[in-house]
Design a protein. Structure first.
Length: 254
């Protein structure tokens, strides 16, 4: 599918409805900060089925690989992350299909960088820090896993390709995986795993030493108890009992 010619929303008096799918909370917060500075021009719409008929529409999406990688990094299973992304984005793409004359699809990163172009205000600085520097990018390992998951799911891959074709920017292109960063990440993970293994082995050795000492102490205690039993049962101990009684009474009197 060839991409549509890039045009800017009309910017009608009724304003612009912004329909996002940005699962990363910090990236979504940056988007909300942008819109809070342009309430007279843009409105955040949470339900795409309730988009007003009289407004232009900006569909702001996190790039597919980033969106799925974020969910994977949060602990979701691969199939779940892909299915959830597909379910959310398919509704927004359907909204775009129904309203091609008044809607545009844009990556969230590009929206933040080009807010003046899209909503008529220069809002690239939306906080104490540059918004683009405030965004969390999933770790390369999860990006690689998400990229493979998209490739293996034909339905999701076709939707991602349609999103890229409809986009008014190049930010939806699948990111180039930084192999050096990935190798570095795996190296860090391997070093951490080795450190944890050493700590586990040291704790096990310490527990083994304590267990040996405890076993030895218990053996000594049992020997002492056996000696006492033999002593109390001996003939000499019974014969000398009267002497011990007299000696105890004498000690109390003195």
């Amino acid at each position: 599918m060839s991409p549509e010619p890039e045009t800017q929303p009309r910017g009608t008096i009724a304003g612009i409805s912004v329909c996002p799918d940005v699962p990363c909370p910090r990236r979504m917060d940056a988007l909300r900060r942008v819109l809070s500075r342009a309430e007279d021009r843009a409105t955040l719409i949470d339900d795409p089925d309730r988009t007003p008929d009289e407004t232009d529409i900006l569909i702001v999406l996190m790039p597919p690989v980033d969106a799925i990688a974020h969910d994977l990094q949060e602990g979701q299973e691969v199939e779940t992350a892909v299915a959830r992304w597909y379910g959310r984005v398919a509704r927004l793409v359907a909204l775009h299909r129904r309203n091609r004359h008044r809607s545009r699809v844009l990556a969230d990163t590009d929206f933040l960088k080009q807010s003046a172009r899209w909503i008529g205000h220069d809002l690239s600085q939306v906080s104490d820090d540059n918004a683009s520097q405030d965004l969390l990018v999933p770790m390369p390992f999860y990006q690689l896993l998400a990229s493979h998951a998209l490739h293996d799911d034909m339905q999701a891959r076709e939707l991602a390709e349609e999103v890229e074709a409809c986009a008014s920017s190049d930010d939806f292109a699948q990111p180039a995986i930084d192999l050096e960063a990935l190798r570095s990440e795996f190296g860090t993970m391997a070093a951490e795993k080795a450190r944890l293994r050493r700590e586990r082995d040291a704790e096990y050795e310490e527990k083994t030493v304590v267990q040996r000492e405890l076993t030895a102490a218990q053996a000594r205690l049992m020997k002492t108890e056996e000696k006492l039993v033999r002593l109390y049962a001996s003939t000499s101990f019974r014969i000398t009992k009267p002497i011990r009684i007299i000696a105890a009474k004498f000690r109390r009197k003195t």
